[in-house]
Design a protein around this ligand. Structure first.
Ligand code: FMN
Length: 200
């Protein structure tokens, strides 16, 4: 199965992102589509965590999460976010900046209902980033949700869905000899993606 969907992709930085993920995959990197996502709190405190890329297109990069969790709320309050990919086996890095919006309910449904039932039960059980009494409590709650829904389809909770980060900046970093690394910058302007090189 594909790690993520690649659709309507023709722009150079989008295709390059896809190529670099595929290259990492071919070299045996586990979860080559995992990315670090940084959001910012209302106080201006950045925080980052890993999420999985699920769709890539000229429009942007899609990931799924809990809208009510820490990152979900931070992104809803301040839609500016940043992404970082790095793969040990290729020693390449991609930095991306942009703005996030929620994907359509249809896209969130399509992805939610494609997931294994166990993941759907977990999404229903876990209110992301909330404090727990104990880990056992969470397991108990998951069992309860499972038995309450026996024989029924699990409905996607409204708080669970996708965001698309619409990029306005990419930097492709390639490891080179003597630390003279190559950094290729793409900035979006009215004419499209403008490319330049920056010093390592
Ligand atoms: C490799 C990896 C992939 C992950 N993928 C996701 C993901 O796609 N969506 C998600 O909500 N959390 C994912 N997580 C968990 C997040 O890193 C994080 O713990 C969680 O989203 C809560 O973050 P928050 O409290 O800042 O919102 C992943 C963690 C790892 C290590």
């Amino acid at each position: 199965m594909d790690l993520y969907q690649l659709i309507d992709a023709s722009k150079e930085p989008i295709l390059r992102t896809h190529d670099w993920i595929q290259e990492a995959k071919e070299k045996g990197v586990g979860l080559p589509h995992a990315l670090s996502l940084a959001s910012v709190s209302p106080e201006g405190q950045p925080s980052s965590r890993m999420v999985l890329l699920k769709r890539l297109s000229d429009e942007g990069l899609v990931f799924f999460t809990d809208y009510d969790g820490k990152k979900g709320q931070e992104i809803i309050n301040n839609n500016k976010a940043a992404i970082n990919f790095w793969w040990a086996k290729t020693n390449k890095q991609i930095r991306i900046e942009g703005v996030c919006t929620k994907v359509s309910k249809q896209e969130s449904d399509d992805y939610f209902y494609s997931r294994p039932r166990g993941s759907q039960i977990s999404a229903l059980t876990s209110k992301q980033s909330e404090t727990l009494e104990s880990y056992e409590d969470l397991l108990k709650k998951a069992k309860q949700v499972e038995s309450d829904n026996e024989g029924k389809d699990i409905k996607r909770p409204n708080r669970w869905g996708g965001f698309i980060l619409k990029p306005n900046l990419f930097e492709f970093w390639t490891n080179q000899e003597n630390r003279l690394h190559k950094r290729e910058l793409f900035i979006l302007n009215e004419e499209g993606w403008e490319k330049s090189l920056i010093s390592p």
